[in-house]
Design a binder for this molecule. Structure first.
Ligand SMILES: Nc1ncnc2c1ncn2[C@@H]1O[C@H](COP(=O)(O)OP(=O)(O)OP(=O)(O)O)[C@@H](O)[C@H]1O
Ligand SMILES: [Mg+2]
Length: 156
């Protein structure tokens, strides 16, 4: 299923992350798309909260990957400054292809091959505090329909 969801403020983006977490069947590779400042890290904050992570989510801008243990393992990547070769050398593909690990990946455009359990979330800024999310459940990783109140108007 594909969704288009309007996000009127930052908190709505956090809630969408929580909704996605609540509907994930198992591990998934979540490709977070959208330019600098689109809200990819903000959405990951909600995702983490929904997965039972208690730690504060920091952007992996310099660490490249942050790993969290909640009800499930969450690995949050920011591949902006690295190449696919760097990722392979670091062994990241083990996480990417592990069906038990939820990967939230910013700048996955750096990779040529994405895992089959793929969820694409594209965030498009429409104003200073507003975003539109376009969600494609390529790998059929979402169980049921995302938060109805947010999504009902625009399920495709
Ligand atoms: N509706 C919204 N959803 C998400 N973020 C919003 C929204 N409105 C305003 N913002 C602001 O936009 C910024 C989003 O920052 P964030 O770090 O999540 O971007 P990013 O996509 O991860 O960028 P980068 O590629 O640089 O890591 C934050 O400063 C946040 O406060
Ligand atoms: Mg970010």
């Amino acid at each position: 299923m594909n969704y288009t969801i309007l996000l009127p403020d930052e908190e709505a983006t956090v809630r969408l992350g929580g909704s996605i977490a609540a509907h994930l069947k198992s591990g998934a590779f979540i490709a977070l798309r959208g330019g600098l400042g689109a809200g990819k890290t903000v959405l990951t904050r909600g995702l983490a909260r929904g997965l039972g992570v208690r730690e504060r989510i920091a952007s992996p801008t310099f660490t490249v990957m942050n790993r969290y243990e909640g009800d499930k393992v969450l690995c949050h990547f920011d591949l902006y400054r690295v190449t696919e070769e760097d990722c392979l050398q670091a062994g990241f593909d083990e996480y990417f292809f592990d069906p038990a690990v939820v990967c939230a990946v910013e700048w996955s455009e750096r990779l040529t091959q994405l895992p089959p359990n793929l969820l694409i979330v594209e965030l498009v800024p429409t104003g200073e505090n507003t975003r539109t999310a376009h969600i494609k459940d390529e790998g059929n990783v979402l169980d049921g329909i995302l938060d109805e109140k947010q999504a009902s108007a625009c399920i495709q």
